[in-house]
Design a protein around this ligand. Structure first.
Ligand code: GRF
Length: 195
């Protein structure tokens, strides 16, 4: 299977995914696309020998459909079978999601369905939750909705800030996402539960 990974920033999840796709793994990374020029993940992808592309969303303003048409053009050149959103911070339209439904994954830093959207760690701490974590799901038109493919849990500790909690969750993301992708690429949708 050919995997394209979409990023907007440091790309630590992209690196974890890319480094997992070796040996008898059923997938290989074929492209890393960033909507942010100069995103740190672009250099990291290039260092791993993965072709990269930038589709800057800014010139398109609020015209999401035009941005996605440019994105689709880049994707069609790489012919991916699976898209992995990894720290990709653009909301995709229903049209794009429908075109890729059943072939597009996302990782979200909360125990979905809790805390869809942003500032997930601060919200979990604020709510006095005992646990936090991350979720990998198939992308559907419903933001951070879609069928759950995996979750990883960490404790929220006294005195935790959003930063200390993020630092505890991120390494779990780097374990969860590759494990979900390995099964997903082999056609296995059994949810992965880590803690
Ligand atoms: C991570 O918290 C991830 O859950 C969220 O974006 C953050 C940065 O990810 N989607 P990365 O380091 O760019 O992969």
């Amino acid at each position: 299977k050919r995997v394209a990974i979409l990023i907007s920033g440091s790309g630590s999840n992209m690196v974890a995914l890319a480094e997992s796709m070796v040996g008898d793994h059923p997938a290989r990374p074929v492209l890393v696309v960033s909507n942010v020029p100069g995103a740190g993940g672009l250099e990291r992808a290039a260092a791993l020998g993965i072709p990269t592309a930038v589709v800057d969303h800014k010139p398109f303003g609020q015209n999401r459909v035009a941005f996605e048409a440019a994105l689709q053009q880049e994707l069609e050149r790489a012919q991916p079978d699976i898209l992995c959103l990894a720290g990709f911070m653009r909301v995709l339209t229903e049209g794009f999601v429908t075109a890729w439904q059943g072939r597009m994954l996302n990782i979200h830093p909360s125990l979905l369905p809790k805390y869809r959207g942003l500032n997930t760690h601060a919200r979990a701490i604020e709510a006095g939750d005992e646990q936090a974590g991350c979720s990998v799901h198939e992308v559907t038109a419903e933001l951070d909705g879609g069928p759950l493919l995996g979750q990883a849990r960490v404790p929220i500790l006294p005195g935790d800030t959003a930063r200390t909690l993020a630092e505890r969750v991120l390494p779990m993301e780097h374990r969860l996402y590759p494990e979900v992708l390995r099964r997903y690429a082999a056609g296995d949708r059994t949810p992965v539960m880590l803690s």
